[in-house]
Design a protein around this ligand. Structure first.
Ligand code: FES
Length: 102
């Protein structure tokens, strides 16, 4: 699909994550010390919006039942049962624009 603009770097403070709707998909973009990472926003457990959970370092904790995922690569980290990883996407920053490659 290509490179789609998600927003401006100023939209996402360090240590924060934000949901962007890009081309009908909800994508979470996180800023970890000035590096940006993107994953699907939907938790692979029951579909909660991960961006409404917590971000601690690069660990996203789902706000519903506390499943954990790595925002750098979408890998499942922790939950009482094994969950699928969330899809991760490459992020490119040009000037002050944050692009996600879908
Ligand atoms: S919906 Fe995310 S842990 Fe249940």
């Amino acid at each position: 699909m290509g490179k789609i603009i998600a927003g401006k770097t100023s939209d996402i403070s360090p240590g924060k994550m934000i949901k962007f709707s890009i081309d009908g998909r909800d994508i979470l973009v996180a800023n970890i010390d000035g590096e940006y990472f993107a994953t699907d926003d939907s938790c692979t457990h029951s579909g909660s919006s991960l961006s409404e959970g917590k971000l601690d370092g690069c660990v996203i904790t789902c706000g519903w039942h506390a499943a954990e995922f790595d925002c750098k690569n979408g890998k499942f980290l922790k939950f009482p049962m094994k969950l699928r990883d969330v899809t991760s996407y490459k992020v490119v920053v040009e000037s002050e624009n944050v692009f996600v490659e879908l």
